[in-house]
Design a binder for this molecule. Sequence first.
Ligand code: ADP
Ligand code: ADP
Length: 238
Amino acid sequence: MIQIKQLVKKYSSRQGQVVALDHVNLHISPGSIYGIIGLSGAGKSTLVRCLNLLEKPSGGEIIVAGQNLTALSSKELRKARQNIGMIFQHFYLLQSRTVAENIAFPLEIAGTPKKEISQRVKELLHLVGLEDKAAAYPAQLSGGQKQRVGIARALATKPQVLLCDEATSALDPQTTLSILNLLRDINQKLGLTIVMITHEMKVIKEICTDIAVIHEAHIVENGPVESVFIKPQSDIAR
Ligand code: ADP
Ligand code: ADP
């Protein structure tokens, strides 16, 4: 589903050049729940921004569903973005819009007909278990409910990939579990590929099928979760 080949990202700053990703290679199979873990400063956010096309790589390739993201026109780019849904630590919901209107937002941008939008929003509310909150505003919701709205919004355009950036880091342990269970259900029901960027090993152990450990711009370990955990754990992964 996702192939990252020899990905390099460099930033120039007053102190000189920072290499945030140094020849990163990853192969993420369709339907997997792929965890990417690393300490602060390892390069996780940079990888997310390259994957969701907010940042242009300095070198290498990212291929999603057979499409090379590093060689697209701006029109193709907009289309390719719809294939990658995103959820965030701080949810980024629009405060002046209701739950239903937040979920409808990406569909409005995509020019979906009104009737289709309301049907799709209904399905999505059902999927995340928030039918009774359609008319509520984000300020009236708990953290877990806000993230459910985030998930519904991310899935609105029927992406093949869901990219989760520290999606449970702002939630208490019990709410974290309920969100992880929802993500696992969605993975199984829709066959969606999920990429989880996190600094929390418990998230990886709970739901991930595969893991990559990123440290100082390099992937230092990766593979199916069972095989990575049998080996003596590196300090970074603990
Ligand atoms: P993480 O998300 O794992 O904390 P980041 O991707 O944010 O890591 O950062 C990786 C490295 O790149 C760090 O050394 C960071 O200081 C540097 N970096 C990130 N963004 C920028 C930027 N816009 N300009 C310069 N350096 C950056
Ligand atoms: P976190 O607190 O999860 O680390 P950040 O504030 O670092 O979140 O944001 C993660 C990335 O997502 C940033 O590159 C940011 O620009 C981007 N981002 C934030 N809001 C949106 C949005 N609504 N749509 C797309 N990208 C966003």
